[in-house]
Design a protein around this ligand. Structure first.
Ligand SMILES: Cc1cc2c(cc1C)[n+](S(=O)(=O)[O-])c1c(=O)[nH]c(=O)nc-1n2C[C@H](O)[C@H](O)[C@H](O)COP(=O)(O)O
Length: 500
């Protein structure tokens, strides 16, 4: 017998192409064919996107949205039809994307990495060089994006009361988060679909976090599989898990137990997204045919252009409530924190429920518009916790709009243990890959050392409320124009106008 007799005969493209209807649907993903006929109605992204690739190769659109092990995990083995001889598959002729040529042009002209001096520089470059759909997904906020802008401008309402003639020769920016010593008080927060911006996805952030000894929070909705991200960590590098709770608690339990087994040192339950917010830039982008059954109640003809986020989040359990917390505490030894708490009453309830911490956050302005910024909520929370003698009971984090080390310092002065940073690292990764993430983190470290020196503190435990003036914080209008931010804000570009 020659060796190839034992080799299963590969399917041909023409064979697969015969199965291209709703009643009989095969799709090619990563060189293998799958019968998705029965699965189609349950697809969170709706049947339309699958039908678009019925009988064809759907790999390119599939890869950024689905972790590689998705089909192995969720599609019955009997539907795995085996390898396809890709030389016999007729590749879709690429619809000429008029912007693509211009985008490639902009990539040729983009600034060299060393010309990025702050985190906003990465955003400005990313906006020009990223694919429209990726930029739309990362940059969008909910509704009018007021909260998304407020997150950053809130920091402009806090002023320093620096002290002088303090010996600041040596500066130590390190701190401890959930028992892990980190070199600077920020972590890489969970942001979904990392492969939209960079073909390698979240593992690029893993490598950057390792280099700078900061913690990475792994998103439930990562493009990379959970194990790929954990396998990418080195040595005693620490990672946390961000969890969207599934209506099917058995799936959630498996995810939590697996994360604990793989060494995750914190479980962050996202509590501000019982339904994903309405992100109109994301909805306008190409994902329009990746509909979702989250919002529509009607049949197939309802407008399902809810963007990528909604398409991949229909599993999230909107019935999650305080009564579920004891169950989480019973299934894991990992510290449990609630991510997306937005008022002091809920922080007090979180302490009573026995969790280990909260992240004061509005999901980067992607959920409830007109939610207050994390930093403003922090200024409400800490005095009240001190009054009740509860301020040492849990660790308090904030995220949203952190773009400068002075933002980090302000948050620590007000009592945060650390801050989460999202978009800046996505933009750095999308525009410049790992070198971009590396530079972004190094810039923050340099800024942190300089600003600690200038406010007269040599270590983070000296940062206290006496160093800041927050009287303007609750005023929601500010005359200080956020020029950097405004320059990258992405207004609606009508079909006849050309994006600048
Ligand atoms: C930018 C971004 C943020 C997302 C995010 C995706 C992107 C592109 N996604 S989302 O698809 O559902 O909206 C998540 C997510 O998976 N889970 C989560 O807990 N937070 C998610 N967040 C919120 C994130 O964890 C921080 O709260 C937020 O990014 C902090 O604001 P900055 O981006 O301004 O730093």
């Amino acid at each position: 017998h020659s060796s190839n007799d034992t080799q299963a005969v590969k399917l041909t493209g023409e064979e697969v192409a015969k199965h291209n209807t709703r009643e009989d649907c095969w799709v090619i993903i990563n060189g293998r064919a799958y019968d998705v006929t029965e699965f189609m109605p349950e697809h969170p992204g709706g049947p339309k996107i699958i039908l678009k690739y019925a009988g064809k190769d759907g790999t390119e659109e599939y890869a950024p949205i689905h972790p590689p092990d998705t089909l192995d995990k969720y599609l019955d083995k009997s539907k795995h039809l085996g390898e396809v001889d890709m030389s016999t598959v007729q590749q879709e002729e690429k619809k000429e994307d008029p912007d693509e040529a211009e985008r490639q042009e902009r990539i040729q002209r983009m600034p060299i990495l060393e010309q990025c001096y702050n985190l906003m520089d990465f955003e400005a470059v990313a906006r020009r060089v990223m694919k429209k759909t990726a930029w739309a997904y990362y940059s969008s906020g909910a509704d009018d994006e007021i909260t998304m802008r407020e997150n950053h401008s809130a920091y402009h309402k806090i002023w320093f009361r620096p002290r002088v003639l303090v010996n600041v020769e040596s500066i130590d920016t390190s701190t401890t988060m959930l028992g892990t010593k980190v070199s600077i008080p920020f972590y890489v927060t969970a942001t979904a679909l990392g492969k939209l911006g960079n073909p390698e996805g979240e593992v690029v952030l893993t490598r950057g976090a390792k280099k700078h000894n900061v913690i990475q929070m792994i998103p439930t909705l990562a493009s990379c599989s959970f194990d790929e991200i954990v396998d990418a960590k080195e040595g005693d590098q620490v990672q946390w898990l961000q969890l969207y709770v599934n209506k099917d608690r058995a799936i959630t339990k498996k995810i939590i137990e697996h994360a604990e087994k793989r060494g995750c040192k914190g479980l962050f339950i996202t509590v501000d997204a019982p339904q994903l917010g309405r992100r109109e830039k994301d909805m306008r982008s190409k994902f329009s045919d990746v509909g979702s059954n989250v919002q529509n109640t009607g049949g197939d003809n309802v407008d399902r252009s809810q963007g990528a986020a909604r398409a991949i989040s229909s599993f999230i359990d909107p019935s999650l409530s305080w009564k579920d917390i004891p169950w989480f505490l019973s299934v894991t030894k990992m510290p449990i924190l609630l991510k997306g708490v937005q008022r002091v009453e809920d922080v007090i309830q979180a302490i009573a429920a026995g969790v280990h911490g909260v992240v004061l956050s509005n999901h980067g302005g992607r959920q409830l518009d007109f939610a207050r910024s994390g930093i403003e909520v922090l200024a409400e929370v800490m005095p009240e916790l001190r009054r009740l003698g509860l301020d040492k009971k849990i660790e308090i984090y904030v995220d949203g709009g952190v773009r400068r080390a002075t933002d980090i310092i302000k948050a620590l002065c007000l009592g945060a243990t650390g801050v989460g940073i999202g978009r800046p690292f996505l933009y750095a990764m999308s525009a410049y890959g790992l070198p971009g993430v590396d530079r972004a983190m190094q810039l923050l470290k340099d800024e942190m050392e300089m600003n600690m020196r200038l406010i007269g503190c040599s270590s983070v435990d000296e940062l206290g409320p006496d160093l800041v003036d927050t009287r303007g914080l609750s005023m929601h209008t500010t005359t200080i124009t956020d020029t950097l931010g405004l320059n990258v804000y992405d207004p609606l570009v009508g079909p006849q106008e050309k994006a600048r």
